[in-house]
Write a protein that binds this ligand. Sequence first.
Ligand code: GDG
Length: 459
Amino acid sequence: MSRLIVVSNRVAPVDETKPTSGGLAVAVLAALKRSGGIWFGWSGDVSEVPGEVVHKVRSGRLTYATFDLSTRDHEEYYNGFANSTLWPLFHYRLDLANFSRRNYAGYRRVNAYFARKLVDLIEPDDLIWVHDYHLFPMAEELRRAGVANRIGFFLHTPLPPLELLLALPEHQELMRSFFAYDLVGFQTEADRRSLLDYAIQEAGGEMAGDTVFRALGRTASAEVHPIGVDTDNIERAAASAAAARYGARMRTSLGGRRLIVGVDRLDYSKGLPERFAAFGHLLGAYPANRNRVSLMQIATPTRAGVPEYEEIRRALETLAGHINGEFADFDWVPIRYLNKSFARRTLFGLLRTAQVGLITPLRDGMNLVAMEYVASQPPTDPGVLVLSRFAGAAHSVPGAVIVNPYDAEGVAEAIQLSLDMPREERVERWQAGMEALRRNDVSRWREIFVSRLAEAPFA
Ligand code: GDG
């Protein structure tokens, strides 16, 4: 069997007791733990003298191969082009995207650097699987270095429509780097469509089969392979004694009141101000909820080096303050806003105690928390997932109450409907969701992608 080499910007900490609060790292770790392989990428450390050395650590069947980045690389490649240009653009936020040639040059430089380091590890039969928007040019760089292995790519974020992609000054170079892969995987059909529209309408390519396209002299397959979670493990962890202790503490603190929960990285794509506003609307329009229901929002800090993240943090504090100021009572705080991270077990215990999981991103590739909420529920008395139609998960988790996150009144209505939902309907919806999550869990995602990649070339 071929070895699998996974390449991603960040590699999860080898010490699994440290929280990993990023969807990609959570998913790749779950996908690789059992199958084994090499996980290659940035260590997460920045040093003035960037690591010429690749550190290798073995943990079970998985080998971590990591290296440091220099301060300049971190600024231009990671904070710069990846997180200040591509992230907002790919989440349809052209208004927040910064365009800088210097950052783009840094992005190319770091991709070339990743590729140079990786080449030494590659054996002829290895399958190489590159992840996410940080590393589009990897295949091109590896091909240039003579690597003939099969190389696949999975995009965890959305890919926006052609007209938005064209706003990127370097769209031609960046998008053609997709074409050097054998297989490109997306979360949803809309994302796949964006690549094919680009390949055909902008790059003059053509389809050569259901999924296979030809553009600029290269052939690749563009496919939808939605990611999943480690369903069984989450189910077990949420039902564990440790999780139950956190659940019990939570219930005591609620004093018989009901709980709505949201867990997200603190990011403008997650629709947090809109979510707070919808909750405020719930309290205003349905007064029976006052002193009866709380919203607990865990917003895990990320990407502190990007100014937009400081701004969203301030905006949320103000908004939570306003709503709490208007509705709080001496024994009740409407919004519990937590700007910190928790251990996974704690998180699942908290998700399990909430009657409503409120996951309302303005745009999200998939959203694993939506799936984690469903997998954490008690089977005989599950809560209801209220989910944005703009999360990839809306196509993968049946049984959710689907909302438009921009419509505060509609979201408030959906929350009320969920709070009032009879147990029978809740169980039915939950079972539909769980069935899908068990069928398409993260191991299955890995198996399908890797077996498709092994079938390449598709020409
Ligand atoms: C990207 C795409 C796509 C969060 N806070 C804590 C914590 N988390 C964990 C969650 C979940 C993960 O982080 C977040 O994953 P999401 O999918 O919700 O969001 P992104 O980080 O934006 O992920 C996304 C994903 O990649 C996978 O393809 O779904 O669309 O944007 O697992 O539980 N974990 C711990 N403490 C926290 O405080 N331990």
